[in-house]
Design a protein around this ligand. Structure first.
Ligand code: NDP
Length: 316
């Protein structure tokens, strides 16, 4: 396809935010085109069981839920394409976007639902058990429940790590927190809360060397204390990584206002509007606080409704 494609609504990204936006936009006859991105289905495809999304009383796996959302978006004839957008030009009234193979799209409205990616340590053993769903997670709220009455380890020292450690401490018998420096990055109040929780054990100056397991399931972690150079093993069934998220917003930075950590800033609170007219944002690309499938879906709905109103005001 060398010709420029002219459409009314482009949705970039295919997590709960993107699919919900697609369902609403398609039902409003906006004929949305969706590019699924690098990880079709988004972060939920790395989660096992989703038990907190209303409407699934028996739970559902993350990948299964995303297939259902995709089927629902297709039912209303969303044009869902694999591939990703690599470049945009939002300087004019028509929003220009290019795919990885150079196809050029001009859209009246764009809904950015590119999400965020959890950061991981990058250890081979960590990635092994993450891919197997064998006990590595980057989301305590999603997966903590599966480790009820068990012992877990969490890495990180920011507000997220403290919040998640505290959350886990209510479910698990013991939480060991690995802090790589001799102090927290988190705010004092959050750090104090974990320090004052009896079943949270904090190991400073400590980093993970290897996630241990039987090949299928995590059984512990080998750590090193930098000050003493001493290595030790901690038994656990769950290994949580809470070292931050990276919003997938780099391609928009020349046009869209981002905060200092790369999250898209809403131009008008209570809406999905960005600083560029006709470009809307939904889901984790603009959310460092809630990061839940249900909140992403809610903002996907808002973005489609805002895009529909934008088009209506222009007489489309
Ligand atoms: P941060 O970037 O604030 O913290 C990341 C933490 O992970 C740091 O302590 C960092 O260590 C540690 N870390 C990074 N890489 C590694 C590694 N390879 N090995 C071990 N540790 C590592 O991310 P957060 O997600 O915690 O927070 C992001 C933003 O969201 C912040 O602005 C935060 O305040 C905000 N937030 C607010 C909340 C609230 O107020 N309720 C809740 C959650 C987040 P080091 O300190 O050594 O760099």
């Amino acid at each position: 396809m060398n010709q420029i494609e002219r459409i009314s609504c482009l949705i970039i990204g295919s997590g709960p935010a993107g699919y919900t936006a697609a369902i609403y936009a398609a039902r409003a006859d906006m004929k949305p085109v969706m590019y699924q991105g690098m990880q079709p289905g988004g972060q939920l495809t790395t989660t096992n069981e989703v038990e907190n999304f209303p409407g699934y009383p028996d739970g559902v796996t993350g990948p299964e839920m995303m297939l259902q959302l995709e089927a629902q978006a297709k039912r209303f004839e969303t044009d869902i394409r694999s591939g990703f957008i690599t470049k945009v030009d939002f300087s004019g009234p028509l929003h220009k976007c290019w795919t990885e193979d150079g196809h050029e799209i001009h859209a009246d409205t764009v809904i950015i639902s590119t999400g965020a990616s959890a950061k991981y340590l990058g250890l081979e053993s960590e990635q092994h058990y993450l891919k197997l769903g064998g006990g590595v997670s980057a989301c305590a709220v999603c997966d903590g429940f599966f480790y009820r009455n068990q012992e877990v380890v969490i890495v990180g020292a920011g507000d997220s790590a403290c919040e998640e450690a505290h959350y886990l401490s209510k479910l698990c018998t013991k939480v060991t927190m690995l802090v790589r420096r001799d102090e927290f990055r988190a705010s004092k109040i959050m750090a104090d809360r974990v320090k004052n929780t009896a079943n949270i054990d904090i190991l400073f100056n400590t980093e993970t060397k290897e996630v241990l397991g039987d090949g299928q399931l995590v059984t512990g972690v080998r750590v090193i204390n930098h000050q003493t150079n001493e290595e030790s093993e901690i038994a656990c069934t769950g290994f949580f990584v809470a070292i931050g998220h990276q919003p997938n917003t780099a391609i928009f930075k020349d046009y869209i206002s981002l905060d200092e950590t790369g999250y898209i800033q809403y131009a008008q609170p209570g809406t999905s509007k960005t600083n560029v007219a006709g470009v809307f944002v939904a889901g984790d690309a603009a959310d460092k606080t809630y990061r839940q499938a249900i909140t992403a879906a809610g903002t996907g709905c808002m973005a489609a409704l805002d895009a529909e109103r934008f088009l209506a005001a222009k007489g489309h």
